[in-house]
Design a protein around this ligand. Structure first.
Ligand code: ADP
Length: 276
């Protein structure tokens, strides 16, 4: 990638990174980064949809990925977990070269897609057994039992996945992506269309997982969920606009009283810049 492309930047009001030189807010150290990538880029049909993204995420934190539809969140996540080959970018996820050690990385990352990706005509248990087999896990019955217990799915284990409500489907999807005990979770709008109670329960699980040292990068359009994140990354037009804690971002964005204000202001500025 050329220097001119690199400098074709986000709006001037961009506060990325907010402090420090490594993209991690100052004073928090870059010694334990679960994600540490620079210059992540991807084009489809000649159009850059992820444009020179730098991203640093500290181990054991929950980082919210916020941005309008089509801003490049899914594409970024898919590159980070080795499902999609980037055009540019270097760096490490979980200490592994994310471009050259994709197989090792896939074994340590849990990726949950927006769309329910399990088999609707299999039961909850059958789905989990299938995923356990895909990962070639040992002691599969125990691993599946533990996942059923953890996500409160035990009493429904024989129920067909297709007959579950949105909230229960998401629980099952989370159980499936935890089976191989990943250290990093990439969750792509995991609660889209899920009712508030189920969303809250899902987030209680996420908080608990982070408490156990698992790192979470999660995209969401819900501001109450954004508030539960340790840090937020705002992205639009494939570029990172800002990265920081809720408090830092509200302070940095003029007139902002909450994360929704930050979103509206940053995305508005980006729109003016990129549509101009
Ligand atoms: P987000 O997750 O923020 O909604 P995406 O990463 O899904 O954004 O998409 C970014 C842009 O890239 C969109 O315009 C989308 O249509 C386009 N895109 C994503 N995947 C492909 C693909 N496989 N082929 C062509 N275009 C794609």
């Amino acid at each position: 990638m050329s220097d001119s492309e690199r400098s074709a930047g986000p709006p001037q009001a961009s506060s990325h990174p907010p402090e420090g030189s490594a993209g991690v807010p100052a004073g928090r150290g870059a010694d334990a980064l679960a994600i540490d990538v620079k210059g992540l880029s991807k084009s489809f049909n000649g159009r850059k949809v992820v444009d020179n993204v730098d991203l640093q995420v500290r181990t054991g934190t929950i980082v919210g990925f916020l941005g309008p539809n089509g801003s490049g969140k899914t594409t970024s996540m898919r590159m980070l977990c080795g499902l999609l080959t980037p055009d540019g970018g270097e760096g490490r996820c979980l200490g592994l070269d994310f471009r050259r050690q994709q197989l090792e990385l896939k074994r340590q990352v849990g990726y949950m897609t927006q769309k329910f990706g399990l088999y609707e005509d299999l039961s909850i248990r059958e789905n989990l057994e299938f995923v356990a087999r895909l990962f070639e896990l040992e002691d599969r019955a125990r691993v599946v039992d533990e996942a059923l217990e953890r996500l409160g799915l035990k009493t429904r284990e024989k129920q067909l996945a297709g007959s579950l409500s949105g909230g229960w489907k998401q629980r099952l999807a989370l159980a499936a992506c935890l089976l191989h005990t990943p250290k990093l979770l990439l969750l792509d709008e995991p609660t889209a269309g899920v009712d508030p109670k189920a969303r809250r329960e899902f987030w209680d699980q996420i908080k608990q997982l982070a408490g156990e040292g698992i790192t979470v990068l999660v995209s969401t359009h819900y501001m109450d969920e954004a508030e539960r994140c340790d840090e937020l990354v705002y992205i639009a037009y494939g570029k990172v606009l800002a990265h920081g804690t809720q408090e830092e971002l509200i302070e940095q964005v003029k007139g902002a009283k909450n994360l929704e204000d930050v979103f509206v202001e940053l995305i508005g500025q980006a729109k003016d810049n990129f549509d101009a």
